[in-house]
Ligand binder design. Structure first.
Ligand SMILES: [Zn+2]
Length: 397
């Protein structure tokens, strides 16, 4: 909608100003805001005054820039402003944190999982969530959940979480999120991809391909800052593209899936160390660490690195991304044998990409991308209405 009335124009200005302060992660100034919004300093000052009145943004003296001209004003998220409670249901633990405007992740707490039984896992998640909700009080603006599994949208039902052994688990009714509080559930790869595209190396880029491997491999394509979710939220299952060379059987029932030749189980197998899924991370880590000195480990790492690179080349042909971000085991394999990955990607890529492959870089967030991205995704929605956000959280000081 194109704003027409004065009230709509003011609201549109507040949205843009608040998004800018949030995106800058606490490092913004009033002069830069005026430039970004293509408005006068007076208009920027009026928008900031409104956001400060709403309890969302605080103003302070900016550090001297060393340049001549009028001093500018630093803009930061208001202390005491709204926070989003984020929860991640991973394979080894339930983790939780709080994230304020500006996107900085607070202290992460983790409750290790002794069982994958849904009632047990969701019981722990519920306890962690409610402790966070009590701590945040009225500042809590919503709850966002990162899930190690394929999540149906818009229902938020976990359609499949192979590493937890879950199918069709509706997590939200178990968690007791207070009525009226905005909530989302999404796949960890989609959310991590969002985090890297917005706040990692992919910032400002139009097309970022993100790949995460552990046991299995998934990812997401982020276009202009939004992960491609597909019709029901199931997009990004790159591990099940038939990019494997050896036609090996996959856990999904098909043959030749890419992940059968590149994930942690594949690395263990390539080294002659067949391992059960729960031990795959430790085996893969040991093999990657040993690759410098142990020829068998090195051959296995190179086999997997070639497979990883081949698939990346194929996906470069499909998507022509600006940047490829690797996380988890995929990042570790690339770190151990970057040239092998790069050469294999080059061989698989079309001539137009050779010599101009996009950079392949590790995630900026380690294992925390899901939590950062969960907050980012919910703030996307909340920042659409700064006045409602302020009112809902009683952020006024
Ligand atoms: Zn498969």
């Amino acid at each position: 909608m194109i704003p027409s009335t004065a009230a709509e124009l003011r609201r549109a200005g507040l949205v843009r100003a608040l998004r800018a302060v949030h995106a800058a992660g606490g490092q913004h100034t009033r002069a830069r805001l005026a430039r970004e919004l293509s408005c006068t300093r007076a208009t920027a000052a009026a928008l900031v005054a409104d956001l400060a009145e709403l309890g969302l943004v605080a103003e302070g003296a900016a550090a001297p820039s060393g340049r001549r001209g009028r001093p500018t004003t630093a803009l930061t998220p208001a202390p005491g402003g709204p926070v989003v409670v984020v929860l991640e249901i991973a394979v080894d633990a339930v983790r939780d944190a709080a994230v304020g405007l500006g996107g900085r992740l607070g202290e992460i707490r983790a409750a290790p999982l002794a069982s994958h039984e849904p009632d047990r896992v969701l019981g722990l998640a519920r306890a962690a969530l409610h402790e966070r909700l009590r701590a945040a009080g009225r500042r809590c603006a919503g709850v966002a959940i990162s899930m190690y599994g394929i999540v149906e949208q818009p229902t938020g039902v976990v359609a499949s979480a192979p590493n937890l052994g879950w199918d069709d688990v509706d997590v939200l009714p178990h968690l007791g999120v207070p009525a009226g509080l905005p909530v989302l559930v999404d796949n960890v790869a989609h959310l991590s991809a969002l985090a890297d595209a917005r706040r990692g190396r992919g910032r400002g880029l139009g097309c970022v391909l993100y790949l995460h491997a552990a046991v299995g491999l998934g990812g997401a394509l982020v276009l202009d800052g939004s992960p491609l979710r597909g019709r029901r939220g199931f997009a990004g299952e790159y591990g099940h593209l038939p990019l494997g060379e050896h036609g090996l059987p996959c856990r999904c029932g098909a043959r030749g899936c890419w992940e059968t030749e590149v994930d942690q189980l594949a690395l263990a197998r390539a080294a002659g160390r067949e391992t059960p899924p729960h031990a795959a991370a430790a085996t893969a880590t040991a093999l990657l660490a040993g690759a410098a000195t142990d020829p068998q480990a090195r051959r296995a790492v190179h086999d997997v690195a070639r497979g990883l690179g081949r698939g990346i080349g194929a996906l470069v042909n499909a998507h022509d991304p600006d940047l490829v971000v690797l996380a988890g085991h995929a990042a570790a394999v690339h770190a151990a044998a970057p040239d092998v990955v790069h050469d294999a990607a080059g061989h698989a890529a079309l001539r137009v990409h050779r010599g101009a492959l996009p950079p392949i870089v590790p995630t900026a967030f380690g294992e925390d991308g899901g939590l950062v991205g969960a907050a980012e995704s919910l703030f996307d929605r909340l920042l659409e209405d700064p006045i409602a956000l302020a009112a809902s959280t009683e952020a006024r000081s």
